[in-house]
Design a protein around this ligand. Sequence first.
Ligand SMILES: NC(=O)c1ccc[n+]([C@@H]2O[C@H](COP(=O)([O-])OP(=O)(O)OC[C@H]3O[C@@H](n4cnc5c(N)ncnc54)[C@H](OP(=O)(O)O)[C@@H]3O)[C@@H](O)[C@H]2O)c1
Length: 306
Amino acid sequence: MRALKILIKTLSFIVFIGFPAASLAQADDREYPSMAGKTVLITGSTDGLGRETALRLGALGAHVLVHGRNAGRGAEVVEEINAGEGTAQFYAADLGSLADVRELAAVIITEHQQLHMLINNAGIGSGFGGGTRQTSTDGYEMIFQVNYLSHFLLTDLLLPLLEASAPSQVINVASGAQRPVNFDDVMMENSFDAGAAYSQSKLAQILHTFYMAEQYDPDMVTFNTLHPATMMDTTLVRQMSSPARTTVDEGAAALVNLAASPDMAGRTGLYFNGLREARASAQAHDANARQRLYRLSRELTGLPAE
Ligand SMILES: NC(=O)c1ccc[n+]([C@@H]2O[C@H](COP(=O)([O-])OP(=O)(O)OC[C@H]3O[C@@H](n4cnc5c(N)ncnc54)[C@H](OP(=O)(O)O)[C@@H]3O)[C@@H](O)[C@H]2O)c1
């Protein structure tokens, strides 16, 4: 019975995020200009999509700030990048702790004169914690915090450095799995469903992207977001016990396109599905919801009200 329930939940989650009729993947034969002299922070780059993207941006000559919790895997990524065209260093921080996020931002600001790109990629899926509700050290629902709230805080804290390095970019790795933020129970204390928690956190990232894009001059900082690819073969997907449908290569091609394509210069407030511009769920286009989430997020992260 339990197995059947899990199967039904998994299937409804997959149906919810919606498979494209045909894969949106295109051969990753695009060539990008050198990123020598650019410093890029990629959260969650010890594994999966973030790792592959770190290697690719490193191969373009970027200085990559590799982030995650696992120092061993972080060191491997750093070593691989340093052996090629790029340079890299590893930063450990648990996004399940806002104190860790503050410390990460402080160390990066201290150690770097410039930051040209922040890719908010680290994430946990509906398989995290066996699908049961977990809380962060800050007492918040874990999926919302790791996927969205900690990245909200990190972005805010690093914005002065990004502005000082203009033109710079923030890219939020969201998903096609999108569910409206439930302002009556954001932390899902009353009713928890792991797939819903994941989808809510991902749409929250998109609302944040669009909100920030409206506030900032695109010649200074651009804010864009994407669904990289559907059910890539990664740890996150394997934890859902669901079969992979696409490869990390496909997702990385989409993310590198946003990060490195000269066509993206000055373009902001966009949502991409793979390599194509697309329309996000309705709540992302609701200015009141965007502002409400922004204010709530400042409050939850202890940032002063604006
Ligand atoms: N896989 C898909 O099909 C798919 C589809 C749409 C969107 N996405 C999005 O793509 C992004 C990457 O997903 P993925 O599939 O590549 O996942 P993954 O292979 O499981 O990698 C997740 C990364 O996030 C880091 N991470 C997880 N929890 C963390 C925490 N508490 N603190 C700090 N770092 C943490 C992990 O680092 P450590 O292990 O070192 O902590 C790892 O580097 C996510 O935002 C996900 O929502 C994925």
